[in-house]
Design a binder for this molecule. Structure first.
Ligand SMILES: Cc1cc2nc3c(=O)[nH]c(=O)nc-3n(C[C@H](O)[C@H](O)[C@H](O)COP(=O)(O)OP(=O)(O)OC[C@H]3O[C@@H](n4cnc5c(N)ncnc54)[C@H](O)[C@@H]3O)c2cc1C
Length: 314
């Protein structure tokens, strides 16, 4: 383990892992700065407004990245309970449908999934409400601060090639297609896992998720199809529309569409760096990938635990 003289920490990335790292540093009185690439924080917990749809839904948010989150860790449960009391998140559903290429095949129960009425980005925005987050891309090793990179390894490796060997996770892309219709053409549902389909893996009822019951769907395209369209994500929109019509058995076209490209959406499988869910070193690392279950909760835990570990060095 590298020992450092400087005590201040530069946290790079204000997704849930960077924000939870910064909060843990603050709780332990460690001075820090947090810098995020792009003016919106939240990273893959992203919500995007409808624009220029010619409908009254302009400004309405679609969740284009993480669909929901689950809770198993007691400490994360306490945070979620606070978020729930503040009206930021709501229990959504424990029941999704599943489908094959030809259509819906049944329902499947699972853990409670949480949604955020104000868009899933609002979770990170709420947690970060007392943090001062600078906009900018961290591209150099700071001279007098410890560095904590809280982002997917491929993004970290682009600017810090020397950090690239710290995680072996392979990342897969997802193109997420938002579709707004003029009315609801489907029976009530929350989400559909689409199995063994070459085009689509998941369809979310964004109207049920947001709670406004708008005629809004978000479709996640398969990793292989997505990988072939990263240069021109809009090209998958007609594929998404025909897949939704086929699987959900209705025949109407959307009035507004948007495709979002997540080049590094999910680690194919999580990785662990020995005993910990983070990497502590000259370039420290946190993120959902340092877990065998990469997801929102894992990102929060990883950032929190890295923040505590950095505080213990101080
Ligand atoms: C399509 C999709 C569906 C998903 N579905 C689910 C789901 O249903 N349930 C679930 O639990 N999880 C889901 N996830 C995963 C979930 O979004 C992640 O686990 C979680 O958001 C990880 O947060 P993070 O902070 O580790 O990384 P990120 O959210 O990726 O945050 C990284 C941040 O770092 C910033 N950054 C990058 N480079 C730099 C730099 N050089 N300097 C400064 N800042 C930088 C980025 O702008 C970003 O804000 C999904 C993800 C995607 C993309």
């Amino acid at each position: 383990m590298t020992q450092h003289l400087a005590k201040s920490v530069l946290v790079a990335g204000a997704g849930i892992s960077g924000v939870s790292c910064a909060i843990a540093l603050r709780e332990n009185d460690v001075p820090f700065r947090i810098v995020n690439k792009g003016y919106r924080i939240g990273g893959r917990m992203a919500s995007r407004p409808v624009r220029d749809s010619g409908t009254s839904f302009d400004g309405r948010l679609f969740d284009t990245g993480a669909s929901y989150f689950t809770v198993s860790d007691p400490d994360f449960a306490s945070v979620v309970s606070e978020l729930e009391s503040a009206g930021v998140v709501q229990p959504w559903t424990d029941t999704f449908h599943f489908a094959h290429s030809e259509g819906i095949a049944g329902v499947k129960m699972g853990p409670m999934r949480y949604r955020a009425e104000g868009g899933i980005r609002s979770v990170v925005e709420y947690l970060a409400r007392d943090l001062v987050i600078e906009e900018g891309e961290v591209t150099e090793l700071p001279t007098s601060e410890r560095l904590a990179l809280c982002m997917p390894t491929p993004q970290a490796a682009r600017v810090f090639p020397q950090a690239s060997g710290l995680s072996t996770a392979v990342w897969e892309p997802v193109i997420s297609v938002s579709l707004l219709f003029d009315q609801v053409y489907w029976a009530a549902f929350d989400g559909i896992f689409v199995n063994q389909d070459a085009q689509v893996t998941w369809i979310a009822n964004d109207g049920a998720r947001r709670g406004d019951h708008a005629p809004a769907l978000v479709v996640h395209m398969s990793p292989i199809l997505s990988a072939g369209h990263l240069v021109n994500p809009d090209a998958v929109i007609p594929i998404a529309i025909s897949a939704v019509k086929r699987i959900m058995n209705f025949d109407a076209d959307p009035v507004w569409t948007h495709a979002h490209r997540w080049t590094f959406a999910k680690p194919l499988e999580g990785t662990t760096s020995g005993e910990t869910n983070f990497v502590l070193g000259e370039i420290s690392r946190a993120g959902d990938e340092f877990s065998d279950r990469p997801r929102v909760e894992a990102g929060w835990l990883s950032g929190r635990d890295l923040g505590r570990a950095l505080a213990a060095l101080a």
